[in-house]
Design a protein around this ligand. Sequence first.
Ligand code: KIV
Length: 271
Amino acid sequence: MSTDKPARIKRITVPMLREMKQQGTPITMLTAYDYPFARIFDEAGVDTLLVGDSLGMVVQGRNTTLPVTLDHMIYHGEMVARAAKRALVIVDMPFMSYQVSPQQAVESAGRIMKETEAAAVKLEGGVDQAETISRIVRADIPVMGHIGMTPQSVHLFGSMSKIQRDADKIIAEAKAVEEAGAFAIVLELIPKDLAREISSQLSIPTIGIGAGPHCDGQVLVMHDMLGIVQDFHPKFVKRFEDLKGKTSSAVQSYIEEVRSHAYPSDAHSHA
Ligand code: KIV
């Protein structure tokens, strides 16, 4: 009988992401919102799982992320954190859970950490949120920043698909987030050469979405990359699977088999 213990899975940590940047190892991140998908993604080897407030759109079917509440994020964050054995889990801070004051932000981030057991939080904004990021980090909670097209500001931008091209402003935002103590930063919808410049100027990893190939890592919304949602196709999304088509055809087969009495057969019935 073998006495070998099963190999322990090495969990990805916040400091490991910086090492990955230094070693030039691309960081992979996917959004996840529930236990079964988080478990599949974790077992497949993704480095980080983001419980994004995009859940307002892809799970709740809303037009923006603004109605998502802190309780919604905690509900989904807890399921994802419970599923992940290796991946670092980061939970988004939803609209109006941190903008009111740094104290409100620390309280909201604290609830996320205590009630979900995730490893970090993410919030949107650069220079304007620097003090808030620094206050959360001083409470020993790791923070991921998010600049460029920030969906919680959709009504200021006028649309969610507007590429952000003001290089001086975006570089200043990125530096403010790093100086405030964030451990990584999402760059959303910015030109690839600007993303390359920011990635080379920062010592923290950049995670791109619609920001080209020169970021230190990439993130996609699971419903986009798996083809569950197909009525949203910006240039940056690559559909790696057609789960909508596959699911629909499985459901049609089920309907046909029930109607034709092919299912359940003896093989699926108890004697
Ligand atoms: O909410 C989200 O899913 C995000 C990613 C798109 C980065 O913020």
